[in-house]
Design a protein around this ligand. Structure first.
Ligand code: ATP
Ligand code: MG
Length: 275
């Protein structure tokens, strides 16, 4: 966002538009920076609520991490400012809203569309992991869609910068957690960015099938994750099936460039045929 760096941002610099959504702590509004006309999303956090929810450190980490990221599939954080009561985050505006809602509406995605999303997610995760950042909370609710239909990973509240690549706190939503995190005592163990790759497999399944692979009672979900036990319906193509199994494997969890390429390119060809 072009602006005069000598002058810190303030609420006066923005015209506030319609509400875009509400989270646990944040209310998000469409906004326009007055001097440049730049359209963005302004996320408003109340300091008292952050203190009450004991998430000040989490929010500080979210801001620190996200403001250093620049990738087409990662939601930009352009800047932030605060007043006595509130913190304001100036975010890139994702014109097509939450991917979760698109998935709900569609039921499931055709493979070419799932493939495009997964390819974009893979690119974003590779970028994050290269910077030694784990997202740790990959799920459709945390993925936004830009005006060109491209996806943007958001919500870095659980992410960590781990230069030593190993962390050990329990976080995220059960359905998307990998075996190493749901096993008893798992939260005391160390794990690395492969947890995001596992969630990517869960996401891919959910895109193609319409529900997460281990959805069940919490006890059963945990048990099934530990065994990587999932049923892939027969309408899922062999290529997609192979990739899901490879990513949600208990023994290895690699997503090679070739896999990513094969999956996305086979479906972009399909797309050209049908569109
Ligand atoms: P929670 O912790 O419950 O996820 P939160 O405080 O992190 O909430 P967000 O998820 O960031 O809040 O935002 C709430 C909602 O506002 C989102 O679900 C989305 O619908 C909308 N929203 C947030 N950021 C943007 C954006 N940059 N562009 C468009 N819509 C957005
Ligand atoms: Mg959120």
């Amino acid at each position: 966002m072009p602006r005069n760096r000598d002058k810190p941002l303030s609420l006066n610099d923005f015209e506030i538009g319609k509400p875009l959504g509400k989270g646990k702590f944040g209310r998000v509004y469409l906004a326009r920076e007055k001097s440049t006309g730049f359209i963005c999303a302004l996320k408003v956090l109340h300091k008292s609520e952050l203190v009450q929810g004991k998430v000040e450190i989490q929010v500080r980490r979210e801001i620190e991490i996200q403001s250093n990221l620049r990738h087409p599939n990662v939601l930009r954080l352009f800047g932030y400012f605060h007043d006595k009561k509130r913190i304001f985050l100036v975010l890139e505006y994702a014109g097509h809203g939450e991917l979760y809602k698109h998935l709900q509406k569609a039921g499931k995605f055709p493979e070419w569309r799932a493939a495009q999303y997964i390819a974009q997610m893979t690119a974003a995760l590779k970028y994050l992991h290269k910077k030694h950042i784990m997202h740790r909370d990959i799920k459709p609710e945390n993925i936004l869609v830009g005006i060109h239909g491209e996806i943007k990973i958001s919500d870095f509240g659980w992410s960590v910068h781990a230069p030593n690549n190993r962390r050990k706190t329990m976080c995220g939503t059960l359905d998307y957690l990998p075996p190493e995190m749901v096993i008893p005592g798992g939260k005391d163990r160390f794990y690395d960015e492969k947890i995001d790759i596992w969630s990517l497999g869960v996401l891919m399944y959910e895109f193609l099938v319409g529900q997460a692979p281990f959805e069940d009672t919490p006890v059963m979900t945990q048990r099934r994750i530990m065994r990587a036990e999932m049923t892939i319906p027969s309408f899922v193509s062999p290529e997609a099936r192979d990739l899901i199994k490879k990513v949600n494997s208990l023994t290895s969890r690699v997503l090679s460039d070739t896999d990513q390429f094969l999956f996305s390119s086979s479906y972009s060809t399909l797309r050209n045929v049908y569109h």
